[in-house]
Design a protein around this ligand. Sequence first.
Ligand SMILES: Cc1cc2nc3c(=O)[nH]c(=O)nc-3n(C[C@H](O)[C@H](O)[C@H](O)COP(=O)(O)OP(=O)(O)OC[C@H]3O[C@@H](n4cnc5c(N)ncnc54)[C@H](O)[C@@H]3O)c2cc1C
Ligand code: FES
Ligand code: FES
Length: 1324
Amino acid sequence: MEGKDLEFAVNGERFKVNSVDPSTTLLDFLRLHTPFKSVKLGCGEGKLFFSYFLFAGGCGACLVMLSKYDPDSDQVKEHSINSCLTLLCSINGCSITTSEGLGNTKNGFHPIHSRFAGFHASQCGFCTPGMCISLYSALSNSSAGGLTVSEAEKSIAGNLCRCTGYRPIVDACKSFAADVDIEDLGLNSFWKKGDSKEAMLKSLPPYNPKDHLVTTFPEFLKKNVHNGLGYRWTTPFSLTELHNILESANAGGSLKLVVGNTGTGYYKDDEGRVDRYVDISRVPEITMIKRDENGIEIGAAVTISNVIDALKEEGKSFAIFKKMAAHMEKIGNRSIRNSGSIGGELVMGPSRKFPSDIATLLLAADASVYVFNGGIIKKVKLHEFLDSTRVLDTKQVLLKVEIPAWTDDAGLLFETYRAAPRSIGNALPYVNAAFFARVSRQMVDECLLAFGSYGGDHSIRATEVERFLTGKLLSHSVLYEAMCLLRGVIVPGKGTSYPEYRKALAVGFLFEFFSPLIDDNNGHSNGRVDPTESLLPFLSSSQQVVESDEFQPVGEAVIKAGAAIQASGEAVFVDDIPTLPDCLHGAFIYSTEPLAKIKSISFSENVTPAGVFAVLTFKDIPIQGQNIGSKTVFGPGPLFAEELTRCAGQRIALVVADTQKHADRAAKLAVVEYDLNNLEEPILTVEDAVKRSSFFDVHPMFYPEPVGDVLEGMKEADRKILLAEFRLGSQYFFYMEPQTALALPDEDNCVKVFSSSQAPEYVHSVIATCLGIPEHNVRVITRRVGGGFGGKAIKSMPVATACALAADKLQRPVKMYLNRKTDMIMAGGRHPMKVTYNVGFRSDGKLTALELTMLIDAGMEPDVSPILPRNIMGPLRKYDWGALSFDVKVCKTNLLSRTAMRAPGEVQGSYIAEAIIENVASSLQMEADEVRKINLHSYNSLRKFYKHISGEAEEYTLPLLWDKVEISSEFEKRGEMVKEFNMRNVWRKRGISRVPIVHQVMQRPTPGRVSILSDGSVVVEVGGIEIGQGLWTKVKQMVAYGLGLTKCAGSDELIERVRVVQADTLGLIQGGFTAGSTTSENSCEAVRLCCVMLVERLKVTMDQMMMEKKSGSVTWNKLIQQAYAQSVNLSASALYTPEFSSMEYLNYGVGVSEANVLTGKTEILRSDIIYDCGKSLNPAVDLGQVEGAFVQGIGFFMMEEYTTDEKGLVVQQGTWDYKIPTVDTIPKQFNVEILNTGHHKNRVLSSKASGEPPLLLAASVHCATRSAIREARKQSLSWNCNDGNRDVSGVDFELPVPATMPVVKGLCGLYSVEKYLEGKICGK
Ligand SMILES: Cc1cc2nc3c(=O)[nH]c(=O)nc-3n(C[C@H](O)[C@H](O)[C@H](O)COP(=O)(O)OP(=O)(O)OC[C@H]3O[C@@H](n4cnc5c(N)ncnc54)[C@H](O)[C@@H]3O)c2cc1C
Ligand code: FES
Ligand code: FES
């Protein structure tokens, strides 16, 4: 392709590109053609795909700063953008800054990097560079007064982090705010307890906007930007030029107008090749903003951010504009708003059924648009444009939007509404609305009622309702009638999720808007579904940790190893490893049938897509090898389906192509022909599995014994709940770094594989078995993993094995980076299950017996599912049930095999106990907290239920934690306040709940090696993998402590000289799994043993030197030099094998949460956690684990739906419809205390695990929500009038997991507003 060069700069470096496919994104270019790798591909989906499950998406890992020079003003403007959406051609003449451009190892870190490190705000580090760019962007766009605390918090609202729980990230951001109270910031490594405010401020890495907000714009770019003619990319600079381009465009060829290109993914799948792109962002008529007394005109290419600024300015005079701006600030995230244009969004509405917020707002403001067509400009009302115009693909151009000015007279009302899973964190609404009305007293003179996103074709005006209300005197019955009418207008399209919920929301919004005019007591703020202001304006937190100096530096809150390079983005993940030009790329073709014969695999229209090298199936496995893709103690799993596919999502083949893009595209174009004849029906439910007796065997080792005599226990009971039933759903890991591997063929039939795995030892063995080569021919290397949560254990094996197979077969390097959709489809996730129980209890709340039946959906392979009965029963025994018996079946179904996800089985077991307690309390009309308290174990009953695992009596700290949290959380006082709140409020209800946990963990044999190099620096290898949990940091501390026992001069600074290096399965064998919360302590113990050996060996040299020296001390360096001279063996390795009798132990914690249910939305007002960490090896790391796990638990209990369709294929396939918590969904006040409970004789330096148990505490949020819903239902029952039982039939109910907004609203009552009005009408 010929043309002028594209020219731009990245981190000041000049790039000229003279040939590029215009569909290339900036991210592709940065990752493939520059050395800058801080730009991560977490989802590649700041994209949209069409579905009525659609929310908004993107992860923020790919953010960069874009700087543009404006020659007229001689100014540089800069903002963050999503590089995965931005087309490379559109940055012609611009300068890009990535996180390593802000600062790096060579030139010094930026204070943002240093503060992220010091506030312990980076765990796996995959999200961190994007977070840093978000904060930088907020700083660079802040007003002269500096960033405010609120802006700092919001700056990362669109970024996802799966590890930290956000609190430390928020603190790092807030540390830059001009109005921050420094004492409000959490645990960090900068200051010590008791430091004065001045000392605190001084100790922060200094930040000065003059020095640190300077992204220099290179002079060579400050020239006129050419229009790129000659490319398939054109940039017109005037309307005439644009007109000429459109006129001259080849009739047959496809042409696409582009502004921010953020809409790409929405119709990416059916877009195909575009012949010509026209960038309209530089045409003055389309980029102008004009204000006068008649209103405001906004060019269609104006970005949403600039629209917001203009509306805010206008809002100083007119409140309508201010409210519109406030609503628009919830669209997408800052970077989307920086790139996306108002016109792009409006065009996508009617043409692509995009659920637009902007269209709804503009409809209510009576806006018009101007359309440019064949040289003619036409003005139309927006509702006509939405109804009739299909702009896309017609060469019509939307020129501008015109919003009339509305004077702020007394009778004018304008409100906007939005109900989304996240308030400001990147989520499209279930429904949005905007209402305008002119009223005199209670008379509606005029109204415009707009609704959108409810599942219709586009935003609409409810004209029928408008007509009905106009000229009416508002009353309860008029409003009631309007609502009935509205239910007929809001008709979600076929396939829309939660249609009734959406209708109820629309009705609720209308009620909220008009009811204050009728009923003052009701007050607007009461009914808000998605209030702009939270009750607590900012997140607040407190942390209490005890640093211990007994084993220094073990016990200190030292900074995570590598945190700063993670922030700058220099930390290397597998996909960052530079590859050779001959590297090929793989993508899986997976089955879409649950049980079918595979007849053939071909490509669409029988044309092999561009770049494809090979398609590998089980037939390509070497004759001496085996079709194996994973293995556990319970057996292997196949790499590819053979003649038969046994579940949707199963791997059928691997396409290998020259680029990842080509491989992914080819996999999408693959056509698999199935034969369903003569096959049994697939088993798709646990009930089917029972009917067909399809179960996996469970070894007695994993099947705990019952406790006591349940029959006797039932006899003791004077109350019983029989055959109660509920289900628990699945959860996706959502590690930010998708599954990835790189395999390199090596000499003599060997293969080297870089794998992002939590279990390299097993990856290694599976590869050798698959290829049929000895294990010494395989080497697997893992440096760091961008989040695992269990998903990179078994599920990482087939990815690495497929790469190795392809590399072996094609004798070329092969890399695979699963796209998010494939990753989600293949991951399997947590085990869903069905629980049925009988429980006996006395009327005073004492439990006497529990009998459980559980059906666990394990999927088609055993994976590790047979451990589930043991894992579930561990935490479930946290209460004294009197007697306990159970029947747990691990069902084999035609669904993807489920695997261990953080606290596998344990989170369900702990929750099941709580659900039963809640029901017992409800049936006794007692407080659930009271029932919990009555049934907490005494040490005696603990021994009955946990036997030898119980530990010593003084180690049973749960009662202590229970009492402590009562005081620290002011549990009783707040309980009273909740009651009062519920009495006073109609549309908001609160609940508060305290939940204990007992979590059993097991230590495992783990290897380690410590080697001292000749300069005294120390290199350490461990079996455990750094997955963000701080393993390397604790190991470094332990080595420094262990070698420090030489007592040399300067040995207290040894930690700086220790480096932990990547896991290499030939370097250190028997690494095992990094799982089950204990790998850090096991690895620490392994290296401690190594240090003991080394210190012993060095002692002889040391003693000699001391003798020779007579006085003074021996330095570490001298000692090592001498030891080298004496050929002392300075490398020691050990395999730590825990004592069988004490390898299992119990962990305790208590969480208190308070929830505020706003017609479906649960706001977590406050959570208090106390967790017993023994003597924490590193309180900062453990605190991070506690907070991160708790927030991941909130995701499981409240937000994350991971479901399958009727064929068993996963429904949620990306960030757009899978909602993990963001910063706006964590507790508003989050207090965590890590208790140091002293000496634990069998533990590693008295420490205890922290990785998984705190996740279980998030059940407190679910229980608090349940309690709030119960209050809402009680109230709803009090309104029963005519059709009283329409939706709420009693106060006993089961709250599903996850308790999403539609679920909560459904239980509070989908008709609550109508019932309220009916009550009013019939005089209640
Ligand atoms: C992660 C994410 C989150 C989002 N969240 C929300 C949200 O919460 N609420 C919401 O309402 N929206 C949301 N959006 C939508 C977003 O606002 C739109 O994608 C954006 O405004 C489109 O503008 P653009 O300049 O990027 O359009 P482009 O992608 O450049 O264009 C979109 C389409 O419109 C055509 N087009 C563009 N301009 C014109 C024109 N002037 N005349 C004719 N055709 C034109 C283009 O050819 C293209 O087909 C989100 C988007 C993303 C990616
Ligand atoms: S990679 Fe761009 S938003 Fe996730
Ligand atoms: S540190 Fe944020 S995703 Fe791991």
